[in-house]
Design a protein around this ligand. Sequence first.
Ligand code: EPZ
Length: 421
Amino acid sequence: MDKLVIKGKKRLSGSVRVSGSKNATLPIMAACLLTDQPCRIKNIPELSDIKTMASLLAALGTKVEINGKEILIKANDDIGFEAPYEIVSQMRASYYVLGPLLARFGQAKVSLPGGCAIGPRPVDLHLKGMEHLGAQINIEHGYINARASKLTGTEMTLEGIKGPSVGATANVMMAAAKAKGNTVITGAACEPEVVDLANFLGAMGAKIEGAGTPLIKIHGVNELSGCEYEPIPDRIEAGTLAIAAAITGSEIEITGLRLDHMKAVIEQLETMGCKVNAQNDSLRISLARRPAPTEIFTAPYPGFPTDLQAQFMALLTLSTGTSVITENIFEARFLHALELNRMGAKISIKGNSAVIEGVDKLSGAQVMASDLRASAALVLAGLAAEGETEVSRIYHLDRGYENLDVKLAKLGAAIQRVQDE
Ligand code: EPZ
């Protein structure tokens, strides 16, 4: 297993380009199951969740060719329809194959994902959506068995007790794209990744209106075709890099991003005293003093993203006062707080809120990554800490960031990947 060894307090400088979005690319890859024609996806991020999705598609019998940053996917008529536990248990986003398999073949058998380090992650809204479209669902031996002779469009709400669901909205959109008649989703997720999937499906010939709003209309079509597509840039990676600059008191340029996807994040960075100079597809960010304290509530898009909560917490450990972060999407997503405390942070958790009393320094320590974004938070803290930080279990980081260590090293960080004995 690899670990990252970071010598803190190095200033960063220069320019870094954001990779393609993991969370946009994953459902797009699954959507390729909707046609027997080849789909070419460009500028895919090279990270392990993408490889896991490629393995899952290949395990179904799909032809998958990865060539650097391009992937070609061709799902012939004779592919299988079972997503096995061995793969689904590695990555929850595997359940994105449910909707496309059901729509194309009238059946899907997908392992239930099971536990997750960031707290309970039910799939009831995905199942509800498929049932509304006419599927019969049975849960047996840890698998979701879904069958439908023909999916039929209908009206449904996908808003759960925690608000809209990105995954359920995407799954239903893919299934409904090939259903008979019209589907109306209310309470739909508005995340840019949902819009990107709708654009991809549109490029395949689907008829979808309203993506990016809580009301999406899908006019089912009989056939979808292959296409070429480039997913959106990764807004969470962009935010993580911005914090790398802020936490080290540096100035860097981040290029290749979509500023319109980052409004809530930029607003928070400015509240904390960062200077953000945004232009077209890039931003220059700097922070010349300790960050000001702030209050953050995670919320569905366009609110502040839960996927940047841990990284902002790392930055707020060094602020000049007391901050509060309230996690409204995944209430138990705070495992990083205890590791940050081992580096000298003062964070206490009260229910779904973290109270962060700013300290004037962090000190390097051996820390352990517990999930993807928590790992990123520990790396960021390591960049700012005095002395050496070792972040172990960084396979979590590699699931969702393309060469974050290499990108940071190019900006001047003293960060090294070494093999853990
Ligand atoms: C997506 O997960 C992302 N994953 C997550 O990113 C992200 O944190 C999350 O959206 C929220 O933005 C991918 O895109 C692969 P949800 P998803 O369904 O779709 C509840 C990362 O670090 N819910 O929008 O699984 C759920 O428990 C990952 O990159 C139900 O109650 O999230 C949560 O409270 C982690 N029933 C809320 O809805 C359901 O059937 C939002 O979850 C589904 C979800």
